[in-house]
Ligand binder design. Structure first.
Ligand SMILES: *[C@@H]1O[C@H](CO)[C@@H](O)[C@H](O)[C@H]1NC(C)=O
Length: 168
């Protein structure tokens, strides 16, 4: 016959172990999610070889201003540095690879590594966030790029980048 009193310590050991297990694993199973929206002034003040980004095979290096808002007076919070290559035979699609390097604001000192297809005729283009540094260690995610403002005559555009990342 089992003594009911002897069950009590076993119950407490199992209960305690369960609580420890749950509290230890729970934060690791639930990645944090961060959403950030920033703006990129694109193709502004380019120098270098004469090239036509609308032609297949053209490679353009960019070092663009990142701001926290779409207007000229918005605060600069970083740069996007990297390259665009026209990678669609009919010229209507780009492949982009660049870093968004934050030098001010909430994510100062951190960077996101961005890569993806940019079919620029589409209103909203999705791209990948493949990694990051600083605050963005081990991130993965996606972003949506939209044209906020465009001035074709002066080859100037402001893009809105809405990024969602998961990380630990
Ligand atoms: C950013 O994108 C998410 C979807 O990923 C959307 O729910 C949210 O409304 C967007 N935010 C802005 C400011 O556009």
């Amino acid at each position: 016959m089992s003594n009911p009193l002897s069950l009590t310590p076993n119950f407490f050991i199992i209960f305690t172990l369960t609580i420890l297990y749950v509290s230890y694993t729970f934060p690791r199973l639930q990645p944090k999610q961060t959403n950030l929206v920033f703006y990129q002034s694109q193709f502004s003040g380019k120098s270098g070889p004469t090239s036509n980004i609308l032609q297949f095979g053209t490679l353009v290096a960019v070092d663009d201003q990142v701001t926290d808002g779409p207007s000229i007076e918005s605060k600069q919070i970083g740069r996007t540095q990297g390259l665009y290559i026209n990678s669609q035979l009919d010229g209507k699609g780009l492949h982009l690879v660049f870093s968004a390097i934050f030098t001010d604001g909430e994510f100062k000192g951190s960077a996101l590594e961005i890569q993806g297809a940019d079919i620029f005729g589409m209103k909203e283009r999705e791209f990948g966030i493949v990694s990051g540094t600083g605050y963005f260690w081990f991130v993965k995610g996606y972003g949506i790029m939209e044209i906020e403002f465009m001035d074709i005559a002066n080859l100037r555009a402001i893009l809105k980048l809405n990024v969602t990342v998961k990380h630990y």
